[in-house]
Design a protein around this ligand. Structure first.
Ligand SMILES: Cc1ncc(C[n+]2csc(CCO)c2C)c(N)n1
Length: 221
């Protein structure tokens, strides 16, 4: 039987296909991604994870059930655990200390995505916020599986791929998909369309985050 989240995936499929074809992701698996672009990405991701964790805490506080609250609060904490692991892994290898990471400006794509997520988490209904926050999990899982199948000749890139292609991350994503399907059962068609709109927007912002890193985009003025 087709589920609510299946319909969300169908809506975002053209964007997901563009993500898989993007030179940043192609470059991770064939090894052609310039090291500076990867570094730009990981630095921006440290900024992203701190705001994403706060956004999860906000939507957790608005959840209809204690189980959903606990799940989002835990995932929010985990976003910071992952952000700290970047410091012990990639950043220490690049001799970047905490101050240097914090001082790196938040680039336009990251600024756009996190500003959007935090606005939706505070201002829009809970179900719409779920739509906006879901691509972060689901797109990364699908990308992780696709890139795991391809592999990378670069050990650093392979390490990144391993984070998102594994079963542990898959179990986390399934947990969130179950919540979205449960919430979806109570929604009208119009409300479901609202969730889908945010899901597509979030997926587009994931594409833009990789594209911004590929172009090593900074503020034009
Ligand atoms: C731009 C960007 N999008 C998604 C993720 C993946 N991700 C970040 S937090 C989280 C769940 C809660 O810990 C997941 C799956 C990322 N790292 N960077």
């Amino acid at each position: 039987m087709s589920t609510f989240t299946d319909s969300l995936w169908q809506a975002a499929l053209p964007v997901y296909e563009k993500i898989l074809a993007h030179p940043f992701l192609r470059g991770l698996t064939d090894g052609t991604l310039p090291a500076e672009a990867f570094r730009h990405y990981v630095l921006q991701d440290a900024h992203y994870l701190r705001d994403y964790g706060r956004g999860l805490a906000l939507i957790g506080a608005r959840a209809a059930s204690d189980d959903e609250f606990m799940m989002f609060a835990q995932h929010g904490t985990n976003a910071i655990v992952v952000e700290r692991a970047l410091h012990e892994g990639f950043f220490s290898a690049w001799k970047l200390d905490r101050e240097a990471v914090a001082a790196a400006p938040v680039a336009p794509a990251c600024h756009h995505y996190t500003s959007y997520l935090l606005r939706v988490a505070q201002e829009r209904p809970y179900h719409e916020a779920l739509g906006a926050f879901l691509p972060c999990y689901w797109v990364y899982w699908e990308v992780g599986k696709a890139l795991t199948a391809a592999g990378s000749p670069n050990a650093l890139y392979q390490k990144w791929i391993d984070t998102y292609g594994g079963d542990e991350f898959g179990a986390t994503v399934r947990q969130v998909l179950d919540v979205v399907n449960r919430v979806g059962e109570r929604l009208t068609d119009e409300q479901r369309a609202g969730v889908a709109r945010h899901f597509v927007t979030g997926t587009r912002l994931e594409w833009m985050f990789w594209d911004g890193a590929w172009k090593m985009e900074t503020w034009p003025a």
